[in-house]
Design a protein. Structure first.
Length: 200
């Protein structure tokens, strides 16, 4: 059994469609002069159960989970517009609470790289207050550095010169700090235990 965490992608479009079907219809007043009439609720049509696909046991063990279909361009555009409107409302609320605060700067590629670098350095114990023992999460730091490496690999050829130089420098610095830290950890692990106290 692999150590990779399992996760499930939920297609929220299906949930929204089901909610819309369950919403009651609005009351429509009868036309004038039509008189009373009996209103019979329409029976709900149950969707036919879909036949489960036949899957071999070999395909289940090592296969990727089946993903829902990608959203259409219209769905993506509508979601983006709703997201932008929601973030604007949130920013207006924050500014109403703190009028001196200006608008938030946009999130850029540089900001993303800095966040990953900062996470890696904090996980390696940087930023600990003076006199306190730094808390080190070496495995978390490794994951953050690996995320920077994936970002560098997947964006190769798509970055301008300044972005490329920044990402390469940050990745180099994070890896150097990781090497120094793991070297210190292994040196501590290789030291002989202290001699037992001498009894008098």
């Amino acid at each position: 059994m692999s150590d990779t965490p399992k996760f499930e992608v939920i297609d929220r479009r299906k949930i929204k469609a089901e909610e819309e079907q369950d919403t009651p219809r609005h009351y429509e007043p009868p036309e004038p002069g039509a008189g009373p009439r009996l209103v019979v609720p329409e029976p709900k049509q149950e969707p036919e159960p879909e036949a489960a696909p036949v899957v071999s046991s070999e395909a289940v063990e090592g296969s990727e989970p089946e993903l829902p279909p990608a959203p259409t361009a219209q769905e993506s555009n509508e979601q983006k517009a709703a997201y932008d409107a929601s973030t604007q409302r949130l920013e207006d609320l924050v500014r109403a609470q703190n009028p001196a605060a200006g608008p938030q700067p946009p999130v850029t590629f540089e900001f993303l790289v800095q966040q990953l670098y900062l996470s890696a350095m904090i996980q390696m114990g940087a930023g600990a207050q003076e006199g306190q023992r730094p808390r080190v999460d070496i495995l978390g730091a490794r994951q953050s550095i690996d995320l920077l490496a994936i970002l560098a690999e997947k964006t190769r050829g798509n970055l301008n010169q300044a972005e490329n130089r920044m990402l390469d420098t940050v990745l180099f610095e994070a890896r150097m700090a990781f090497l120094e830290l793991t070297s210190m950890i292994s040196m501590q692990g290789m030291q002989p235990p202290p001699p037992p106290p001498v009894k008098r």
